[in-house]
Design a binder for this molecule. Structure first.
Ligand code: DOR
Ligand code: ZN
Length: 345
């Protein structure tokens, strides 16, 4: 007899939808399973002002196929020129759910990010006052810091000082990849949470580099050694409400990934729920999947959990496409390296 699992409809607390043809192609892949998502603002040019966010939200809604329901939770890209009044107004009228901090140069389209934290002090103070979360890409960018150490160094040199200087600032450490990230969240009782991606629960750095370089496993922050992956799995499946799903599903066309200078990002939107059910079952924690995908995130963001339910059934291997076609070119779907048996009905 096949096994079934019913959950409140999940949300994705970190998602890249892009724009134009790519947006139209990838949006249904998320909307099929997820009710809401925190939408990353790293377009070219980035979503910096409330006017940018309103226009982007309208483009997302226009790209949503008839009959699908999906709520984009918009974010603003923090720059050294960001206007605290614009941020506060966008929060007050319900347009935005968070502000995103990219250290300048940390990842895809992050050139307009923050170099000098003194220049964003006024915005951070305002956010602490109004309770608006800051979503943080937690990596330093100094060239002398080894790429595998950039998250741990960021916590010590940037995140902890910023949080101490801004009491009450609510922070989401996005896509944590290390035991250091897990420990930092666990050691802080208040105002701090972390998202964990699907792919960082599945791959470690060997998957990227052993037996030939695998560009479709390259993302930022880059996957770390196995001990870190295991720490992430323990955190995600622990039931601790400070950890929740942010897929960081980040589509790039195959030519842009399979290149001499390939883009960072794993496209996990189509099979995330099947992979997570597999991972949680392996950890004997299927009863905690709903917390991770559907309850902990809304609780942190002060939103009600979704009323609708989804059912997963464990059965024959689940077919999912190798790649999807977009107007911009093919985009490979993340391959966990094993068959998936949990199907979203
Ligand atoms: O792998 C990633 N891809 N990490 C990021 O931080 C950005 C994202 C993207 O936009 O492609
Ligand atoms: Zn991202």
């Amino acid at each position: 007899m096949s096994q079934t699992l019913t959950l409140r409809r999940p949300d994705d607390w970190h998602l890249h939808l892009r724009d134009g043809a790519m947006l139209r192609a990838v949006l249904p892949e998320s909307a099929r399973h997820f009710a809401r998502a925190i939408i990353m603002p790293n377009l070219v040019p980035p979503v910096v002002t409330s006017a940018d966010a309103r226009a982007y939200r309208d483009r997302i809604m226009a790209a949503l196929p008839e009959g699908m329901e999906f709520t984009p939770l918009m974010t603003l890209y923090l720059t050294e020129q960001t206007d605290a009044h614009d941020v506060a107004a966008a929060h007050a009228n319900g347009l935005i759910s968070a502000v995103k901090l990219y250290p300048a140069g940390a990842t895809t389209n992050s050139a307009s990010g923050v170099r000098d934290f003194d220049k964003v002090r006024g915005v951070l103070d305002k956010m602490a006052e109004i309770g608006l979360p800051l979503c943080v890409h937690g990596e330093v960018t100094e060239p002398e810091i080894d790429i595998f150490d950039r998250e741990a160094v960021f916590i010590d040199r940037v995140l902890d000082p910023v949080r101490r200087a801004t009491p009450g600032l609510r922070v989401v450490m996005e896509h944590i990849t290390t035991r250091d990230g897990v420990d930092y969240v666990r050691s802080n009782a208040q105002d701090l949470a972390a998202t964990i991606t699907t792919h960082h629960l599945v791959i470690n750095r060997n998957h990227i580099l052993v037996g030939g370089i695998k560009p479709h496993y390259y993302c930022l922050p880059v996957a770390k050694r196995e001990t870190h992956r295991l720490a992430l799995r323990r955190a995600a499946t622990s039931g601790d409400a400070r950890f929740f799903l942010g897929t960081d599903s980040a589509p790039h066309t195959d030519p842009n990934k399979e290149s001499a200078c390939g883009c960072a990002g794993c496209f996990t939107a189509p099979n995330t729920m099947s992979i997570l059910a597999h991972v949680f079952e392996e950890e004997d924690a299927l009863d905690r999947l709903e917390g991770f995908t559907s309850l902990n995130g809304p609780a942190f963001y002060g939103l009600p959990p979704n009323e609708a339910r989804i059912t997963l059934t464990k059965d024959d291997p689940v077919p999912y496409p190798d790649k999807i076609d977009t107007g911009d070119g093919p985009v490979s779907v993340f391959n966990p390296g094993y068959a998936l048996h949990w199907r979203v009905d």
